[in-house]
Design a protein around this ligand. Structure first.
Ligand SMILES: CC(C)(COP(=O)(O)OP(=O)(O)OC[C@H]1O[C@@H](n2cnc3c(N)ncnc32)[C@H](O)[C@@H]1OP(=O)(O)O)[C@@H](O)C(=O)NCCC(=O)NCCS
Length: 183
């Protein structure tokens, strides 16, 4: 994936092998892994993860594409965002996001995901974007609501996660909603 998005403070670019140490340093933290499947045991896991997503095409369906979120000023990796297109041709995608705890609550996720949604609804002309979160993931739910996404489903004990059935909340936004909010 050669996509590159720019915001006031951030650059969203493909992850590279050089990001492994920085990715591991925040992706291993308990507050980051609490609601996520990917839990790297070491830098080698981060390297393998990056290698597995490298070169993926945002147009292809049913595979997660991952973008680095870097500070423009220093090039520091401060997080990552993911996109998975749903079945080919459906013009729908699911998103995910992570910001390193040392950089949270500075509006960086808001800035990165807003740019991502702009690209998905703009250049890629998608019809609908969703995000799936544990309702106990208060920060993510608040971010999605702040982005203007609708809490449209609450599935009860629908997701098997680390040995237990947990609830899953689906947030969604249509392109018309995105456009109407930005006349
Ligand atoms: C969710 C996450 C990406 C938010 O990143 P962030 O950069 O701190 O978010 P922002 O600073 O852009 O916050 C934007 C808004 O979201 C809401 N928000 C973000 N984190 C919040 C928290 N912990 N509690 C309550 N509201 C929160 C607020 O409304 C905030 O705006 P405000 O700070 O002006 O009040 C980050 O907490 C994270 O990486 N969490 C762990 C990974 C994770 O669970 N990812 C989702 C998996 S589905």
């Amino acid at each position: 994936m050669t996509l590159e998005l720019h915001t006031q403070r951030l650059r969203l670019t493909p992850l590279t092998g050089d990001d492994a140490q920085a990715l591991f340093s925040y992706r291993r933290l308990p507050e980051v892994t609490r609601f996520q499947n990917f839990v790297p045991a070491g830098v080698a896991d981060a390297e393998a993860f990056i290698a597995s997503v490298q070169g993926r095409d945002l147009g292809a369906s049913d595979q997660w594409c991952q973008l680095a979120v870097r500070l423009r000023e220093t090039d520091e990796l401060v997080g990552d965002v993911g996109v998975q297109r749903m079945s080919h041709g459906a013009k729908q995608a699911e998103i995910g996001f992570t910001v390193a705890p040392s950089h949270q609550r500075r509006g960086l996720a808001m800035e990165a995901v807003t740019a991502l949604l702009g690209h998905l609804f703009g250049e890629l002309d998608l019809h609908r974007v969703t995000a799936s979160v544990d309702p106990e993931n208060v920060g993510s739910c608040a971010l999605l609501e702040r982005l203007g996404m609708r809490r449209e489903a609450h599935h009860v004990r629908s997701y098997w996660f680390r040995g237990a059935w947990v609830d899953d909340v689906v947030y969604a936004m249509l392109r018309t909603e995105w456009s109407n909010a930005r006349p």
